[in-house]
Design a protein around this ligand. Structure first.
Ligand SMILES: [Zn+2]
Ligand SMILES: [Zn+2]
Length: 264
């Protein structure tokens, strides 16, 4: 079993051929896809897609790029939508100091608030961190994010950061960039992270792995990332598929019903 732990099926990139994209994912062995609605205009669509197919689940939250759009209605709306049984995590939330599409101080404030909301909703969080490793770890610690746990998606930190996050109960998700020629640094870090803490993702339509780099990414391509991970870990492809799938089912608590406000 393969799982794409993070994709964006509701984005306009998939408007024309979503059914074919999902079909191809199934044909390449992808059993579950988690689609992440990152801003208000995408949440309902993400839920609609999740509710149209038993193999698709949704993750909702406000991306750091959109942090500046949060108003007094936002969390109310999200709280309602996150009550749907098909929502399995809160995110992606975090910090993006590479593009700074929202001012950094607003990103920091909204990241803190959204960790609090996820805890209230009883959901694990999906964390986006780009060029903000130190601040991300600081906030995870000060907001006691170990109470909700979750995933550091598209991991780009160093081994020390991975270790701190794993010790807090987080999992590390690896995107297609690991297949890139110049990604030896990331491969070196991943070599040291136990397979039991790793997930694979596409982040489709972005970050397309080799041999399709440059084209639109889609969930079926998660197998190229898993394949490369198998080479790095010197285990079989089947083993990587099995263990990363187990990890994903565990972190998203796929077989549990949710009890808001109950600490696990
Ligand atoms: Zn992200
Ligand atoms: Zn994403």
């Amino acid at each position: 079993m393969l799982i794409d732990s993070h994709a964006h099926l509701e984005m306009p990139d998939f408007k024309k051929d979503l059914e074919a994209v999902i079909q191809r994912a199934k044909e390449s062995g992808v059993e579950y896809i988690f689609t992440v609605g990152t801003e208000k205009k995408d949440w309902k669509r993400a839920l609609e897609i999740a509710n149209s197919d038993p193999s698709i689940y949704a993750i909702l939250g406000v991306h750091p790029h959109n942090a500046k759009e949060i108003d007094d209605q936002t969390y109310l709306l999200l709280t309602g939508l996150c009550g749907d049984e098909k929502v399995k995590a809160y995110g992606e939330i975090g910090l993006d100091f590479f593009r700074n599409l929202s001012p950094p101080d607003i990103q920091l404030k909204r990241f803190r608030e959204q960790i609090g909301l996820a805890k209230k909703l009883g959901l694990p969080i999906v964390v986006h961190d780009r060029e903000a490793h130190r601040e991300t770890v600081e906030i995870l610690k000060s907001e006691k994010a170990e109470e909700c746990g979750g995933i550091i998606h598209c991991f780009s930190g160093d081994y020390e950061m991975a270790k701190v996050c794993i010790d807090m109960g987080f999992n590390i998700s690896i995107p297609g960039t690991i297949t890139f020629k110049n990604a030896e640094g990331l491969r070196e870090i991943v070599r040291k992270i136990p397979l039991e803490s790793l997930l694979v993702e596409t982040d489709a339509p972005f970050l397309t792995p080799e041999p399709f780099r440059g084209k639109r990414n889609e969930p079926g391509y998660v197998r190229y990332t898993a394949q490369r991970l198998a080479e790095i870990k010197k285990v079989s492809f089947e083993k990587v598929a099995e263990v990363t799938a187990e990890n994903t089912l565990r972190v998203y608590r796929l077989n549990e019903h949710r009890h808001p406000n109950v600490r696990r």
